[in-house]
Design a protein around this ligand. Structure first.
Ligand SMILES: [Mg+2]
Length: 271
C-alpha cells in the first residue's frame, strides 16, 4: 500500500498548454502548487497525448513518481503490488492498430503513418528535433498518419477502421488512429486503483486540469474540473463544480489548483 495522503484526492493533468507553458514548455509558474502536492503526498498523474519516452523525461525533471497516462488515454502506466511497472491498454495495442492499417492499405487506402516514416521524416514534418522525433515514434496505443488519398475517401476509411473497433480522430496536422479509449479512461482506472491502494471504502476525489477538446471527457468525469484557457478558445463544461482559471498555462494551473487544494484540506480537517 502506498503512503496515504493527508487528503484522499488525486490530480490528473494535461501537459501542453496546461501544466506546460504553450510557448516555452516551462512549469516554473506552477512551482507552489507542485510543492504542495509533493508535501501532502497527493498523486499528480500526467494525462497527455505525448508518448512514454516524452513523459518519462518530464517526470524526471519534476521528480514525479506518480503513475502516468500517454497517447490520449490509450496507455496507462502504473506500479502494481509486485512493485513493477505495468501498462494497461484500455483501447487497442499498437501492434493491433498496425495490423489493421496494413490490411486497409492493401484494400487501397492511401496514407503514411509514423511507423512508415523515419525519425528524420517525422522531424521535418513536425519541426521536432531528431531525438524528440525518435521519442514521438515510440508508440503503444495510437498511430498518427498523414492522409494521402482523396478527402472524399476519408469517410470510407473511418468506417473501415470502425469495423475493426478503431477510431479516427482529426488533429491539427495528423489524423490519429486509436482504440476505444480517451483521457476519461484514466479517471475511472485511477479512482479504483487508489481506492484499493489506500484501503478506502469510497473512491478518492478527482481534480482534473486541461485546456483542449481532447481533455473534455477527462474533465467531465472528474469531481473538480479546472479548465485552463486554451490558445484557440476556452472549453465550456456543464458541471457546477467546474472552474475556469484566470490565466493560461502553468500560472492559471497554479492559481486555481492551490486554493482548491487548501479549501479541500480545510474541509477534510473539519476546519
Ligand atoms: Mg493541452
Amino acid at each position: 500500500m502506498s503512503a496515504i495522503p493527508t487528503l484522499p484526492v488525486i490530480v490528473l493533468t494535461d501537459l501542453d498548454g496546461t501544466l506546460l507553458d504553450h510557448h516555452d514548455y516551462s512549469t516554473s509558474a506552477a512551482r507552489d502548487a507542485l510543492s504542495f502536492l509533493q508535501q501532502h503526498n497527493i498523486p499528480l498523474i500526467f494525462n497527455t497525448s505525448k508518448t512514454q519516452p516524452e513523459v518519462i523525461q518530464l517526470r524526471r525533471q519534476l521528480a514525479n513518481t506518480s503513475p502516468y497516462v500517454c497517447e490520449n488515454g490509450g496507455a496507462i502506466y502504473h506500479v502494481d503490488s509486485d512493485d513493477e511497472w505495468h501498462c494497461e491498454l484500455p483501447g487497442a495495442s499498437y501492434a493491433d492498430i498496425l495490423k489493421v492499417l496494413n490490411q486497409l492499405r492493401k484494400d487501397g487506402f492511401n496514407f503514411r503513418g509514423f511507423n512508415d516514416m523515419t525519425d528524420t521524416e517525422v522531424a521535418a514534418i513536425t519541426g521536432l528535433s531528431i531525438d524528440d522525433a525518435h521519442h514521438a515514434r515510440q508508440r503503444a496505443a495510437t498511430e498518427p498518419l498523414l492522409w494521402r488519398g482523396e478527402e472524399s475517401e476519408i469517410t470510407a476509411f473511418r468506417e473501415a477502421l470502425l469495423a475493426h473497433g478503431l477510431r479516427l480522430l482529426k488533429g491539427g496536422r495528423f489524423y490519429h488512429v486509436m482504440g476505444d479509449a480517451d483521457k476519461a479512461s484514466a479517471v475511472t482506472f485511477f479512482k479504483d486503483y487508489y481506492r484499493q491502494q489506500w484501503g478506502l471504502n469510497e473512491a478518492p476525489q478527482v481534480i482534473a486540469l486541461g485546456d483542449g477538446e481532447n481533455d473534455r471527457a477527462m474533465l467531465e468525469a472528474s469531481d473538480y474540473p479546472v479548465v485552463i484557457p486554451g490558445e484557440s478558445g476556452t472549453l465550456e463544461l456543464n458541471n457546477p463544480e467546474a472552474q475556469t482559471a484566470e490565466f493560461k498555462g502553468p500560472k492559471g494551473w497554479n492559481n486555481t489548483l492551490l486554493p482548491l487544494l487548501e479549501k479541500l484540506l480545510k474541509e477534510n480537517c473539519g476546519g
